[in-house]
Design a protein. Sequence first.
Length: 115
Amino acid sequence: MQSRYGPLTASLVLGGAWALWHTAMFLLADLTPGLFLISAVNILAGSVIFSWLFNRTRGSLLIALLAHLGAHLCNPAQVLPGTTLPFNVLTVAVCVVAVGLLLGDRGAWRNQAMV
């Protein structure tokens, strides 16, 4: 997908599919529409970070999987829909990191910078 659409577009498409994959989990957790949207934003930003990790480690799936595992081990979403502040703070932090990677490593998002 990256060779056809580029790393950023492929990352966002994959993130959208990943968010759809989690829809059942969101519905079973009885999230409000606002929390559902925040969760989708969290997943999209996470997809950008994981794609950057994958590409900058020359295609290391192990590093991407370990990062994903770490995201689950340190995930305040487990207490949703109760306390939302920690999850909101995490989502802002993930978005800041994703934007930082987009702006700070522009070469990673060009087609020639792919694995």
